[in-house]
Design a binder for this molecule. Structure first.
Ligand SMILES: *[C@@H]1O[C@H](CO)[C@@H](O)[C@H](O)[C@H]1NC(C)=O
Ligand SMILES: *[C@@H]1O[C@H](CO)[C@@H](O)[C@H](O)[C@H]1NC(C)=O
Length: 183
C-alpha cells in the first residue's frame, strides 16, 4: 500500500526536481559574463562629418529608384558608401565610412528612413562598427537617430546620434554628427 502511494507521488517528485534543476540552470546562465573580452558599460562620444555626395565626378551615393515626382521625393532610395572625416573638409582625416541606404518615406514632409553601418577605420575603433537606424526629417535643425547595436569595441551598443546639416551644395551635403554610445 505504502509502495503504491510512493509510486503515485513519483511524477510529483520528478516535477519538483525538474523545477529545481531549471532554477539552478537559469541562475548559472544569468551569472555568465558576456561573450568575449568586454568591459560592460563604457561611454563614448564620437564627433565627425558625413559627406553625402550624389553629383560631381566621384559620387559616393547613388539614387536607385525613380518614383513619380512628389514634393517630398516620396519613394526615392539612395545607396551610399559615404566618407566620414574628422573635420568638415572632405580632405580632412578619414575616420570611417557610412555604408547603407536612406529612403524618402514621409508623404507630407521631406524625411528619410536611415539604415546605416558606420564602419570605423581609425585609432582604437578601427574595425569596429555601429548600427544606426532611424527617422531623419532633414529640414529640421537637429535630428536624432537611435544607435541600435555595434560590433568590436561597440558590442552591446545603445545610444543616439544627433545630425545637423553643416553645408548644402546642390544635392551634396556635409552633415555634422555627434554620437553618444553606451557599450
Ligand atoms: C507638400 O505638399 C503638401 C500639400 O500641398 C504640403 O502640405 C506640404 O507642406 C508640402 N511639403 C513640402 C516638404 O514642401
Ligand atoms: C585598421 O585595421 C586594418 C585591418 O587590421 C589595418 O590594415 C589598417 O592598417 C588599420 N588602420 C589604421 C589607421 O590603424
Amino acid at each position: 500500500m505504502a509502495k503504491r502511494f510512493l509510486l503515485l507521488l513519483l511524477p510529483l517528485f520528478s516535477a519538483i526536481l525538474l523545477i529545481a534543476v531549471t532554477v539552478a540552470e537559469s541562475e548559472t546562465y544569468s551569472k555568465r559574463k558576456p561573450f568575449g573580452v568586454h568591459e560592460p558599460e563604457s561611454f563614448t562620444h564620437l564627433h565627425f562629418y558625413f559627406h553625402d555626395v550624389l553629383s560631381g565626378d566621384k559620387p559616393t551615393a547613388i539614387r536607385v529608384t525613380n518614383p513619380p515626382v512628389t514634393n517630398t521625393s516620396f519613394g526615392v532610395v539612395v545607396i551610399a558608401d559615404n566618407l566620414l572625416t574628422e573635420g568638415p573638409d572632405p580632405s580632412s582625416k578619414e575616420i570611417g565610412r557610412a555604408q547603407g541606404l536612406y529612403a524618402s518615406t514621409d508623404m507630407k514632409t521631406l524625411s528619410f528612413t536611415m539604415v546605416f553601418n558606420l564602419a570605423f577605420t581609425e585609432g582604437e575603433f578601427n574595425g569596429s562598427t555601429v548600427s544606426m537606424y532611424g527617422r531623419n526629417p532633414i529640414l529640421s535643425k537637429v535630428r536624432e537617430l537611435p544607435i541600435i547595436g555595434g560590433t568590436g569595441e561597440f558590442r552591446f551598443a545603445r545610444g543616439y546620434a544627433q545630425a545637423e546639416t553643416y553645408k548644402l551644395d546642390g544635392f551634396n551635403a556635409v552633415v555634422e554628427y555627434n554620437i553618444f554610445i553606451r557599450h
